[in-house]
Design a binder for this molecule. Structure first.
Ligand SMILES: Nc1nc2c(ncn2[C@@H]2O[C@H](COP(=O)(O)OP(=O)(O)OP(=O)(O)O)[C@@H](O)[C@H]2O)c(=O)[nH]1
Ligand SMILES: [Mg+2]
Ligand SMILES: [Zn+2]
Length: 358
């Protein structure tokens, strides 16, 4: 995808190009009355932010008010957020004073034992799930990424990368088809550029695409390829084929033709957060079977008339897929059991603006 301008443009319609909507304009009205300007968060690194606004990209800080009032880390500005900001008169930082309502939110449980949410990105239309056709290939992990994508309210598109390294693309493609339900699947080589043009219609004016996947699968290589220039550094994988975690922060880039792409660090752990219908959507084949079980509360274990068990027995439902479904539901159940007390504790623990309150 060729680039027309070297520098990100900030034409009159910069907001619309990045996905500004009438609903956002409405939510923004009270801030406009206070002389604030709209901006979109392009980078979050610890407490430091960058925002895109009508003048281009600016470094920004987060107002103490936001930090103080945020009930959890999940409410602080995240990459993709539309915010109200006070711009510096001359040099200096912009100040983000409010986060506008999010249309979609990608949240995972923070890694480890804590039950806290971590917002990965917001206001996303499409999640481009990148998986390597090399050692990274793992359909069970893909199911997790797909669940996260559906859960967040976006449409997932699967990009199977490193096509150039894989001798049995057809076989792997079939394995992915079997678990991807309605999601589009593309095989690409971000390194060589093959297949990348077929992804062109995933991007577009006003649309935001987040690139998710494990470390080392080629997310940044793909982002560079889509942008037509080297914006993210990439790095060779280790000898064991595992990624090195080259990208350390999420970053949103405006595309020259309008729209945005968000590069993210490889996720080592993809644990779901909040039970919506992400898992049900990812496993709609099993959900459909379950409605045909004789008992409404069938555990798909030893009950008579279990349609799930029957599908497992006759091989139409692969056991690993069933196990994956059970596992993800267990995780969601466990999370549900943690709250509201567990949730409150977590909220308290990770309360931001620590200082006085601690
Ligand atoms: N052979 C081959 N190598 C690729 C391809 N795409 C990326 N790579 C290589 O894979 C390595 C990792 O690529 P990155 O783009 O840094 O991976 P990433 O997903 O951004 O990794 P993190 O930032 O750690 O999450 C680099 O050496 C790339 O050159 C591809 O299509 N084929
Ligand atoms: Mg990267
Ligand atoms: Zn059953």
């Amino acid at each position: 995808m060729p680039l027309t301008d070297e520098k990100p443009r900030a034409p009159e319609d910069w907001k619309e190009a990045l996905g500004w909507t009438p609903a956002l304009a409405l939510a923004f009205a009270p801030y406009a009355a206070k002389g604030l300007l709209p901006a979109r968060v392009s980078l979050v690194y610890r407490k430091q932010l960058k925002v895109l606004c009508h003048t281009g990209e600016l470094v920004a800080g987060t107002g103490g008010r936001i930090r103080h009032h945020a009930a959890s880390l999940g409410e602080l500005p995240a990459v993709g957020d539309w915010v109200a900001a006070r711009l510096p008169e001359r040099d200096g930082e912009a100040l983000v004073t409010a986060v506008l309502p999010r249309r979609t939110t990608f949240t995972r449980k923070v890694p480890g034992t804590s039950t806290a949410p971590q917002v990965l990105a917001t206001n996303i239309d499409t999640v481009l799930v990148v998986m390597g056709l090399d050692q990274d290939f793992n359909v069970r992990r893909l199911e997790r990424f797909l669940s996260l994508a559906w859960e967040g309210g976006a449409t997932p598109v699967v990009a199977l990368n490193k096509q150039d390294t894989c001798p049995d693309v057809a076989e792997r493609l079939a394995a992915v088809r079997a678990v991807s339900r309605d999601a589009r699947i593309h095989t690409v080589s971000a390194l060589l550029g093959s297949g990348v043009d077929e992804l062109a219609d995933v991007f577009g004016y006003g649309k935001t695409v987040a690139v998710l996947g494990s470390s080392g699968v080629g997310k940044s290589t793909l982002v560079n390829r889509v942008l037509g220039m080297q914006v993210m550094s990439t790095q060779g994988t280790r000898d064991d084929g595992k990624g090195r975690h080259t990208t350390t922060h999420r970053q949103l880039f405006a595309l020259p033709q309008g729209g945005a792409i968000i590069d993210t660090p490889g996720l080592r752990e993809v644990q779901l957060w909040e039970a919506g219908d992400g898992v049900a959507k990812t496993f709609d084949d099993i959900e459909a079977l379950a409605t045909r079980c004789r008992f409404g509360d069938c555990q798909h274990d030893a009950e008579p008339g279990c349609a799930v068990k029957a599908a497992l027995d006759d091989g139409t439902l692969p056991q690993p897929r069933f196990d994956s479904w059970v596992q993800l539901n267990k995780e969601l159940e466990w999370l549900a059991q943690q709250g509201p007390k567990g949730r409150l504790e977590t909220r308290r623990r990770e309360r931001v603006g620590h200082g006085k309150r601690r």
